[in-house]
Design a protein around this ligand. Structure first.
Ligand code: BG6
Length: 504
């Protein structure tokens, strides 16, 4: 008998999966900033629309800017209209808006936390938030100390307290350790949720499912079968209005230290014994510890000059507003790294990231070794290529496997074809934004998809070692045009090994 499959109501997605979180009061520090408008409020709206928030909760925007709650609500309404992924429903918005308050507070001043503490105590009375506190630090690291100290000293006597910390978590290993010491002075590690929003991406989690829920991949997921791995985080966007931050960070601190190394860890990790926070994070940190510091010749830096993106002329990095005319900041990094363990010894992981590359693309490509002895005559150009398992993190989320197939007709001609699984086609659901998942996980006290203190420190240790030689030389920047796939040296990095970056 044929089974009739009824299309799911996407608004019910997740409802059956878990019970709603306990009542909470969420304070967002940096409420007048970009992240709150572009990501956090749209994510909270998406959760409200899907009825994934509890009945009783309150959200407090906190920043130094003077603003009334009414004004704040209006700004947030516009933010949801502009950046939300769903239709805008007035009834849903109005219910959410009622939970929103705004407090102007300067934590740099003695007693600066008082207005917030008073507001939270009131929410316990008026909205039944039960003393449960989530503090979301969407502020630059230099603003952390007074906030963390004041909140730590004034912990609510009832309920639980959780701290969400946005990246960047420090600027190097020393500052990251200082931050960890600071937060640990007042909070337990299981109360701290360090965000790496890549871990909230559906396709990143699907990597774990692909590897560990399917028996066929694990036996070949190692140095015996894998020739090398390529991980690309490419963006066509420039630095937008973030010169102040980016000039200090560069591509290595902005993306390699966190997103790229997390993707390496998830690709290379051993199967965890379960999907609990500690088990998963223990396996990831083992990979990070096993990373071999690449020597200077295995790291390539780049900076884009003027060029064209999709036919549009764009300025070079040094001409961006707020960037110095002789800036040495890298907007591109490629590196060859190794995971020195039994599974991966001698298998290179090539990683690259850059701004103003030809298009947005995040992929993990597992390139397998060639068939040991092809019994066919294969022309080297365009003929049979090695198998590649390609995980498309974004856009076009999905997985594809490149295999050799016979071209129909007389003779034996072989061509590479792709077996594709596309999220859009298979599930017909819009994918949730990473922040929806992460906020909900934190509300539920689940830290699996957050970075633990030791992971962050391992990531910084590697980055510190990679940038150490950079102090000694001045690169010839810019060294590639915007809209091209990075400097020539990045191609050389692979050509030296008889390999090349995946074709685009
Ligand atoms: C952020 C970086 O962490 O990640 C940005 O600071 C970058 O520079 C962004 O653009 C990329 O995220 P996504 O989700 O657009 O791939």
């Amino acid at each position: 008998m044929t089974e009739v499959v009824t299309a799911e109501n996407p608004l019910l997605e997740g409802l059956r999966m878990r019970k709603p979180p306990e009542p909470f009061a969420l304070s967002i520090f940096g409420a007048s900033g970009d992240l709150t408008q572009r990501k956090l409020l749209p994510a909270l709206y998406a959760l409200a629309l899907r009825r994934l928030l509890p009945e009783r909760f309150g959200i407090v925007g906190v920043s130094r800017t003077e603003m009334s709650t009414e004004e704040f609500r209006e700004r947030m309404r516009q933010a949801v209209v502009e950046h939300g992924r769903d239709e805008f429903r007035t009834d849903v918005w109005e219910a959410l808006a009622e939970s929103l308050s705004y407090v102007a507070a300067d934590f740099g001043m003695e007693g600066g936390e008082e207005p917030l503490i008073a507001c939270l105590d009131e929410l316990d009375e008026t909205r039944g938030t039960a003393g449960n506190r989530v503090y979301y630090l969407a502020v630059p690291p230099k603003a952390f100390a007074p906030i963390v100290t004041a909140l730590g000293r004034r912990r609510s006597a009832k309920g639980w307290t959780r701290l969400i910390v946005e990246k960047p978590f420090g600027h190097d290993l020393t500052s990251a350790r200082e931050l960890n010491d600071l937060v640990h002075a007042y909070f337990q590690e299981d109360e701290i949720f360090r965000i790496d929003h890549y871990l909230g991406k559906e396709t990143v989690q699907n990597m774990l499912v692909l590897r560990f829920a399917n028996g066929i991949f694990e036996p070949i997921w190692n140095r015996q079968f894998v020739d090398h791995v390529q991980i690309t985080v490419a963006e066509s966007l420039g630095i937008e209005s973030r010169a102040g931050f980016y000039e200090e960070a560069g591509a290595i601190r902005d993306v390699v230290q966190n997103h790229l190394l997390q993707l390496v860890a998830l690709t290379a990790m051993e199967p965890p014994i379960d999907f609990e926070a500690e088990a998963v994070r223990n396996e990831k940190v083992k990979v990070l510890r096993a990373l071999h510091t690449p020597g200077a010749k295995h790291v390539v830096r780049g900076q884009y000059g003027p060029g064209f993106i999709e036919g549009e002329e764009v300025v070079g990095y040094r001409e961006e507003a707020g960037v110095t005319a002789d800036s040495q900041t890298e907007t591109y990094v490629a590196a060859k790294i190794w995971v020195d363990n039994w599974r991966w010894a001698d298998t290179p992981f090539y990683i690259r990231t850059g701004k103003r590359l030809p298009r947005r693309e995040t992929t993990i490509a597992i390139q397998f070794k060639r068939a040991p002895h092809p019994p066919f005559a294969v022309d080297s150009e365009g003929g049979l290529r090695p198998n590649v398992l390609l995980i498309h993190i974004q856009p076009d989320e999905g997985v594809s496997l490149a295999v050799g197939a016979k071209v129909p007709g007389q003779g034996l001609s072989i061509r590479t074809v792709h077996m594709d699984f596309l999220y859009g086609g298979a599930f017909r659901l819009g994918l949730p934004e990473a922040y929806e998942r992460l906020i909900l996980d934190c509300l539920n006290g689940d830290a699996t998809l957050f970075t633990r203190a030791d992971e962050v420190e391992e990531q910084w240790a590697l980055v510190d070692a990679m940038v150490a030689p950079w102090r000694r030389d001045r690169p010839h920047f810019p060294n590639h045009a915007a809209g091209t796939w990075g400097p020539h040296a990045a191609d050389e990095l692979l050509h030296r090994d008889g390999r090349s970056w995946r074709r685009h």
